[in-house]
Design a protein around this ligand. Structure first.
Ligand SMILES: Cc1cc2nc3c(=O)[nH]c(=O)nc-3n(C[C@H](O)[C@H](O)[C@H](O)COP(=O)(O)OP(=O)(O)OC[C@H]3O[C@@H](n4cnc5c(N)ncnc54)[C@H](O)[C@@H]3O)c2cc1C
Ligand SMILES: NC(=O)c1ccc[n+]([C@@H]2O[C@H](COP(=O)([O-])OP(=O)(O)OC[C@H]3O[C@@H](n4cnc5c(N)ncnc54)[C@H](O)[C@@H]3O)[C@@H](O)[C@H]2O)c1
Length: 465
């Protein structure tokens, strides 16, 4: 049984912790899948490369409004897929190679296989190549094992077959009919991709809206636009799935009784769950929350001294920038256990890369009400700024919430072109305590650029000063 100073489980964000300050530590890295984790291989990066390609394909849908007569002749899915993974796969391979062979990693042993705790600070690794299990121990651990898609237990679903975001980007051709189960991030992004590439997309949602966690105005605008583009089935429960001659059929229960959707591909996008169960963290005494996340304190410490957790395994945010931030915190705290620094979870933005794009930071209006905050609201349509005229945008807007007395921003919600880029100065203002009036009038805003959307929204806030 080999003993280490540190064992790192998972090569997503946790893989970025090691640097030359750890060169005299004896370290093991355990990875059961592809090096680089979810974001690089099956998450943020390939999805955004597909989304950008979808945006390019879709320009012809709106070109007529500019007097431009354009036509989409074909999308060569296999070429798109191979371009994307032709860039990503070598990055994963070189990350693996670096850990295995580079002199920087002379003190690091890589275990390629599935880790599972079998006792206090004791890990059994089942090697992917089928060789014998190994049991290893360590003084310190970083638990960065991420999460996996949640698949609802629906009769017929497993036997008929389905995709998740883990597999759907590697398919061989765009199916004629794609049905997506769920109305969240992944549904919104892949519906845009497959519809832009020519598939007939059906989205099956339990509730009455897509992206329900967003501000209600954003969610309802997005739902309205989604219903114009896709066959959006709201208030539907999936009862069963069965195979048909041409593909699969989904039996749904909805407001008008039962109905059937025929499809070629089912994409399950009903959320993700942390891998704490498969890792059996309980066997080493690590506590979990009701949602199955590894419980951590503000310093990313678990309930067992010397064991840290980060990213999707412990964070319900399930965002790469949060996992990366937490990895930096864990790195500091491993090196400075007596002067630990806390993670900063005050102002966490996110974006949904669909069409139109969506970006959010801070509280939604419904959260502001629930929390009893005193707030004022301002809206600004893209249609009301010069660049919005240039883009002929008629549906996008920015919505801000602020404290009327201090002018400090409480939340910002944008739906429309470049929303994830436009929101960044608002994230900065919230992070550094810049009030809305100073932000609006204490700097120049390039005219007639899109950030005038933000300038105008700030000026529209009915502040008490
Ligand atoms: C389709 C999709 C799109 C996304 N898009 C975005 C986006 O645009 N922006 C954004 O911020 N976030 C996005 N995310 C979320 C983001 O990918 C995750 O928050 C992030 O990758 C989490 O990083 P992590 O290091 O915690 O986990 P991961 O990157 O999942 O790494 C965990 C690693 O641990 C390994 N592992 C798991 N269990 C074991 C075990 N028992 N033994 C050994 N190894 C194990 C896994 O194989 C994996 O490599 C997206 C997610 C998905 C699914
Ligand atoms: N742009 C980004 O940052 C990005 C993109 C993709 C994914 N992600 C991350 O990945 C996570 C997972 O994405 P997701 O879209 O799967 O989750 P999600 O939580 O965004 O959406 C899940 C959807 O599935 C529905 N649902 C849940 N259980 C269901 C069931 N049994 N039957 C029918 N519907 C059900 C929910 O109501 C919701 O509409 C997200 O939480 C997000 O943090 C981020």
């Amino acid at each position: 049984m080999t003993h280490y100073d540190l064992i790192i489980i998972g090569t997503g964000s946790a893989n970025s912790i090691l640097d030359d300050r750890f060169s005299d530590w004896r370290v093991a890295v355990v990875e059961k899948g592809v090096f680089g984790g979810t974001c690089l291989n099956v998450g943020c990066i390939p999805t955004k490369m597909f989304v950008h390609t979808a945006d390019v394909a879709r320009t012809t849908d709106t070109s007529a409004r500019f007097g431009v007569d354009a036509e989409l002749r074909a999308v060569h899915w296999a070429d798109v897929r191979d371009r994307i993974f032709g860039r990503i796969d070598p990055i994963a391979a070189s990350g693996r190679d670096y850990r295995h062979t580079h002199p920087d990693n002379a003190h690091v042993t890589v275990y390629e296989g599935e880790a599972r705790f079998v006792g206090e600070r004791t890990l059994r690794v089942r090697p992917s190549d089928g060789t014998d299990d190994e049991v290893i121990t360590a003084d310190r651990f970083v638990l960065g094992a991420g999460g996996r898609p949640t698949v609802p237990d629906v009769p017929g679903l497993s036997t008929v077959g389905y995709h998740t975001s883990d597999t759907v980007m590697r398919i061989d051709k765009v199916p004629e009919r794609v049905t997506i189960l769920g109305g969240g991030f992944i549904a919104a992004e892949f519906a845009h991709v497959f519809a832009s590439f020519g598939a007939d997309v059906t989205v099956v949602v339990r509730s009455g809206a897509m992206l329900r966690a967003q501000d209600a105005d954003v969610s309802s605008r997005f739902t309205e636009l989604a219903a114009q583009r896709w066959d959006l089935r709201l208030h539907r429960a999936l009862r069963s799935v069965y195979r048909t001659e041409s593909g699969a059929a989904l039996e749904l229960d909805g407001p008008d009784g039962s109905e059937t959707v025929d499809t070629d591909l089912v994409l399950v996008a009903t959320g993700r769950q942390p891998n704490s169960d498969l890792l059996d963290v309980a066997a080493t005494g690590v506590d979990t929350t009701a949602g199955g996340y590894v419980a951590v304190d503000e310093f990313q410490r678990t309930s067992v001294p010397g064991m840290y957790a980060l990213g999707d395994l412990s964070s319900p945010y399930e965002l790469k920038h949060v996992a990366n931030h937490e990895a930096r915190v864990v790195q500091h705290n491993l090196l400075n256990p007596h002067q630990p620094e806390p993670a900063d979870h005050r102002v966490i933005p996110h974006a949904v890369f669909t069409s139109p794009q969506i970006a959010t930071v801070g509280v939604t209006e419904q959260q502001a009400r629930e929390q009893g905050l005193t707030y004022v609201v301002a809206n600004q349509d893209y249609a009301g700024i010069a660049y919005g005229w240039a883009m002929e945008d008629t549906t996008g807007f920015a919505k801000l919430l602020a404290d009327p007395d201090t002018g400090l921003l409480l939340g910002a919600h944008i739906i429309g072109p470049q929303a994830p880029t436009l929101i960044q100065p608002l994230v900065q203002a919230m992070s550094f305590g810049l009030d809305a009036s100073s932000m609006a009038r204490g700097q120049y805003w390039i005219h007639p650029a899109m950030p005038e959307l933000i300038e105008n929204a700030l000026l529209n806030l009915p502040l008490n000063r």
